[in-house]
Unconditional design. Sequence first.
Length: 194
Amino acid sequence: TGRDGLGGHLPPFPPPPATDRLLLVPRVKETSGWQQVFSSPRLDWVIERVALNAKVLGGALGDHDKMVAAASCTEIILWALQADGNGNEIGVFHLGVPVEAIFFVGNQLIATSHTGKIGVWNAVTKHWQIQDVVPINSYDAAGTFLLLGCNNGSIYYVDVQKFPLRMKDNDLLVTELYRDPTEDAVTALSVYLT
């Protein structure tokens, strides 16, 4: 079928070494199958969360950047991956509370906690910003907008591409988009912008 006798299916990626303190990033090519493209140094803590951004336009290393982040408890480590397989540690960031989710919105790394904290790392400004909001029950991203569903019935949004900061206190500009009159918690969000 033109895929080196693979019958149109990719072979399973070989299992990584049995460790929860090492981050391995594979890629697949039709001609050669799975290849390891990045291996983190052995970490001092157990990896609980991972986020991968396959392409970061205008990032620190040009238009072909890829980034990967690993989190445990309150810490997040972010690496920039290069085409040659090397990785540069961008930084270690602290949320101050347990990280419950990490993900990318565009070239921004987002960390959230149900306690009501969000952290945003902007690839252009290379700035880590933490913001307190109401306890978070759900989240979704649409385009460059991060939407947060909170336990007080509010839906908040942040345009993470613009990375807006309030002038008076340099906090993230978190805007209330909607508030339920009965203050029922927003437990799920699904947003599609056209």
